[in-house]
Structures are given as structure tokens and as C-alpha cells.
Ligand binder design. Structure first.
Ligand code: FAD
Length: 382
């Protein structure tokens, strides 16, 4: 059925993706690859998580508690390995993908015990974990403070410039003639074999809708209650870092993540402050002091950037991915792992939206991610 949409007469899209963060963009890409006519609508919220994240693809260090989570994360990391060069080819731009690993220095005896557990978990998952001595460490990160004699290297952990990745994913969609709208969706209504989406001058009737609105997902009227809340993270960045190791350094208190061009990102606070995005000098100073205690050359330098983003949190460690009603779907709530999990999420949700069987059974959406796992109306306080 041809229908007049807000931007003029055009054929009805098979699928409208609401939200153009990394989850929405990669979901739209998968749908387009499967042959669907896809459109994306995004309102570029300040504080959206995807452009404000650290970009770590850290399936082992991030999955402290849960091997099932780690296994899915490893699957997504594997997808990233193929996706990164493909996205660069499709978009014609670099996304600064780096596979040199995560470095976890041993800071004290308690820290050694934690790293012993992480090493055991990595090996149990079939992932590499390598102990580095002081000489190896000094070669990789000459700025590390004296007294740190050893570290654990997880070579299976990667990182990406999440800002470049989102830009590249959008460019790759445009290459495929996927229309990207700028508008806020306020309402979705499913009726008569289609879903009508509307808000501030935008209206679109589509065969199906996937809501990928990050922390703002519950604000769309017409969805069942979804317990997703914003969890603020502040980060700072320094310039002029040029040591040979180009991955992420992680301690229990903070992480330091390299970028091409000599930038070093330090993160991140975890704050339940609703949609507040104000920057606190105290939090910035804490991050800078913590980083300088490990990397003394940062001590007298001023951060060149300080920003905040909103992670979409859920009551459990899992995102909410699946069907809400016949033609309405959700992929949101990825909390602190949405960059890591974006390729897997996209591969999981696309076949469901198109009523296809996933080509690979390992791409079936696990029960722990189903939207129906929450009692109706349950909400987290923010
Ligand atoms: C400080 C920080 C550090 C992080 N570090 C990492 C990390 O190292 N590794 C990792 O894996 N993850 C990390 N994360 C988490 C990760 O960034 C998120 O899980 C992920 O980006 C979520 O992506 P998303 O597309 O669901 O949401 P978002 O990126 O927030 O995108 C949602 C988009 O939807 C749009 N939108 C929302 N509602 C509407 C509407 N009604 N109409 C139109 N558009 C709408 C918004 O404008 C926004 O662009 C970090 C997050 C933060 C804040």
C-alpha cells in the first residue's frame, strides 16, 4: 500500500527503526541486507549513549558475574571482527577498530585474586589470557607508574571509536538508500496490518516497527511498560598520549581507552540522576586523579574534553530484545555493553522482525532478553 508519509508520497517501508544509536543503525543495516525496505527516525538526543561511550568490546572483563553473558558477548565480538572492515568498506571511512586487547594491571594482593578469577574465566571460555611481566609492560605502556610489576592481557578484547562507528553505520545505510529522518516519535499504534508512528510533524506507516530508543525508549506512547532507566556516565579525555599499546587499560576504579591520534579516554562514573546531563567538576577531578595515580605523566595535564552520556539500564544485566506485539519490536536496555552487543543484537532481532528463522541457531534471542520477563508495570526508580 502506498501511503503519504510526512516527507512526501513514497512506498510504505517494510520496517521503521525508531532510534539511530548504534543498536538502531546496525539493526536497520541487517534488515536492509535481508532485502527489507527500511527507514530510520532519530531525534539526536544530547547524551545518547552511542556517541558518548568508551567503545570497549570487552566480553571477558565486563562479564564478571555471568558466563552466559560472556558467551553471547564473545559471539558479538566475533561479529565485530568481520563487521569492522565491512563497515569501513561500505562507508569509506575508518572506525579506528583495534584488537590489541585489554590490559589489567595487578595493583595489590586483592587485585591479583580478582585477576586470577578473570584469567580462569577467560580460559574456561576458550579465550586467551596472558601474564605480562614488568619488562613487557614497560614496553607497552612506558608511562605506567613504577611498582606495578605485572598485568593480565586479554588479547580477545577489542575497542572501536564508537563515534566513528555510528557515523560509518549511518553512511553505510545511506549508500543503501535507507532514509534517515530527524524527528521525535511520540506514539506508535498498531492496527490493520501496519504500525503508524507519529510525533512532531512526522508520520509513518510501516509494516513493522523496531524501537531502539536507548534510555528514552519508555517515553514512546503505545508501548507496554518497559523498565529501562537512564544511568549517567561522565568521562574525560586527554590528548598527546603515544605509548605503543593502543587498547584499553582497566582497573577496578576506572578504565583508560586509546583512540587513534593520541587521545586517551578515561571513564566512567555511574550515576542514577534521571536525564540530568550536567557535568560535575568533582567527578572530572576524581577521574583525572585516579588516572594520574596509574599514569603519572597525566598529572599536570588538563583534560581536553569532559562529557556525559546516558546508558539504558534494566533491572537485570540483560538488554530487552524481542517482540512486543505482532508488528512491534524492541531492542534497547543494553546498559554498559551496547557497543559490544550491537552486532549480535542486530543479527538477532532482524530475522524476528521479518518473520524469518535465524540462519544460525546461535542467533536465536535467548529467553533472558525477552521483553516478557518483567511483570507488567514493573519500573526501576531512577
Ligand atoms: C559513559 C559511557 C561509556 C560506555 N562505554 C561502553 C563501552 O565501552 N562498551 C560498550 O559496549 N558500551 C558502552 N556504553 C554503553 C553503550 O554506549 C550503550 O549501551 C549503547 O550505546 C546503547 O545504544 P542504543 O542505540 O540502544 O542507545 P543510544 O545510543 O542512546 O541511541 C538511542 C537513540 O534513539 C534516539 N531516540 C530515542 N527516543 C526516540 C524517539 N522517541 N524518537 C526518535 N528518536 C529517538 C535518541 O536520540 C538516540 O539517538 C557506555 C555508555 C556510556 C554512557
Amino acid at each position: 500500500m502506498a501511503r503519504r508519509n510526512a516527507s512526501g508520497p513514497r512506498p510504505r517501508p517494510d520496517v521503521l527503526v525508531v532510534g539511530g544509536g548504534l543498536i538502531g543503525l546496525l539493526t536497520a543495516r541487517e534488515l536492509a541486507l535481508a532485502g527489507a525496505r527500511v527507514e530510520v527516525v532519530d531525534d539526536r538526543q544530547e547524551g545518547a549513549a552511542s556517541p558518548n561511550a568508551a567503545g570497549m568490546i570487552a566480553p571477558i572483563a565486563e562479564s564478571i558475574a555471568d558466563q552466559a553473558f560472556a558467551r553471547l558477548s564473545i559471539r558479538s565480538r566475533d561479529l565485530w571482527r568481520d563487521l569492522a572492515p565491512t563497515l569501513e568498506r561500505e562507508s569509506g571511512t575508518s572506525i579506528d577498530y583495534d584488537d590489541s586487547g585489554s590490559l589489567l594491571p595487578v595493583l595489590d594482593p586483592e587485585g591479583r585474586k580478582v585477576l586470577d578469577r578473570i584469567r580462569a574465566r577467560a580460559l574456561d571460555l576458550g579465550e586467551a589470557a596472558r601474564d605480562l611481566d614488568r619488562a613487557e609492560l614497560a614496553e607497552l605502556v612506558p608511562d605506567l607508574r613504577p611498582g606495578i610489576e605485572e598485568a593480565l592481557l586479554l588479547p580477545g578484547e577489542h575497542r572501536v571509536d564508537n563515534r566513528l562507528a555510528a557515523t560509518a553505520a549511518a553512511a553505510a545505510l545511506r549508500q543503501r538508500n535507507v532514509v534517515l529522518h530527524r524527528a521525535t516519535v511520540q506514539r506508535v499504534v498498531e492496527a490493520s496490518g501496519e504500525v503508524v508512528t507519529s510525533g512532531n510533524g512526522f508520520e509513518c506507516a510501516a509494516g513493522a516497527v523496531v524501537v531502539c530508543g536507548g534510555a528514552w525508549t519508555p517515553q514512546v506512547h503505545g508501548l507496554p511498560a518497559l523498565p529501562i532507566v537512564p544511568v549517567k556516565g561522565q568521562m574525560i579525555a586527554f590528548d598527546r598520549v603515544d605509548w605503543p599499546f593502543t587498547g584499553a587499560i582497566r582497573t577496578p576504579a576506572f578504565y583508560a581507552v586509546r583512540r587513534a591520534g593520541g587521545r586517551l579516554l578515561i571513564g566512567a562514573s555511574v550515576e542514577h540522576a534521571g536525564f540530568d546531563l550536567s557535568l560535575s567538576d568533582e567527578v572530572g577531578a576524581d577521574l583525572a586523579t585516579g588516572a594520574a595515580a596509574l599514569l603519572p605523566t597525566l598529572k599536570d595535564r588538563e583534560p581536553v574534553e569532559h562529557w556525559a552520556g546516558l546508558r539504558p539500564g534494566t533491572p537485570d544485566p540483560w538488554p530487552i530484545v524481542g517482540r512486543l506485539s505482532e508488528r512491534l519490536h524492541v531492542a534497547a536496555g543494553h546498559f554498559r555493553n551496547g557497543i559490544l552487543l550491537a552486532p549480535l543484537t542486530a543479527r538477532m532481532i532482524a530475522p524476528l522482525v521479518l518473520d524469518q528463522q535465524p540462519g544460525d541457531p546461535r542467533l536465536a534471542i535467548p529467553e533472558v532478553m525477552h521483553p516478557g520477563r518483567f511483570a507488567a508495570g514493573e519500573r526501576l526508580s531512577s
